[in-house]
Design a protein around this ligand. Structure first.
Ligand code: AMP
Length: 118
């Protein structure tokens, strides 16, 4: 898939609407269109990476930015640990039901989670 065809590249470019809740030079965070928890935010790199299986040596700064963004979003949403807590998920490939081929970190919180996930 080219970046022109990528839904989340469209959100980065501003051509696809999204409720953006976090931005920095490396990543953006926006609300999932079909939330699975009271807080459901996706953090994505501005630069196209297909999924976690395609992360390469040298991409460490991207993963760092994604986790720091998740900390910031969790604090802003009132779900930060240690008092509350949240789940971070990266789906990779068809068995994990990965539906959008642009790396994204799900931040899910605001309710008690169950384990194992389905
Ligand atoms: P995954 O199944 O891990 O690939 O997650 C993709 C996520 O993107 C799903 O939770 C979708 O609900 C979400 N999603 C798809 N299209 C949009 C969109 N236009 N804006 C926000 N979230 C979206």
């Amino acid at each position: 898939m080219s970046e022109q065809d990528c839904l989340f590249c469209g959100i980065v470019a501003g051509s696809v609407p999204a409720e953006i809740v976090y931005e920095d030079a490396t990543v953006i965070g926006f609300r999932d269109i079909a939330p699975q928890a009271p807080t459901h935010v996706l953090v994505i790199p501005r630069h196209h990476i297909t999924n976690a299986a395609e992360v390469e040596a040298g991409d460490g700064h991207v993963l760092e930015a994604m986790v720091l963004a998740a900390q910031s979003v969790a604090a802003a949403e009132g779900i930060a640990a240690p008092d509350r807590g949240f789940r971070l998920v990266m789906n990779v490939g068809p068995d994990a039901l990965n539906s959008v081929p642009h790396l994204h970190l799900h931040i899910l919180g605001g309710r008690a989670m169950t384990w194992p996930p389905g």
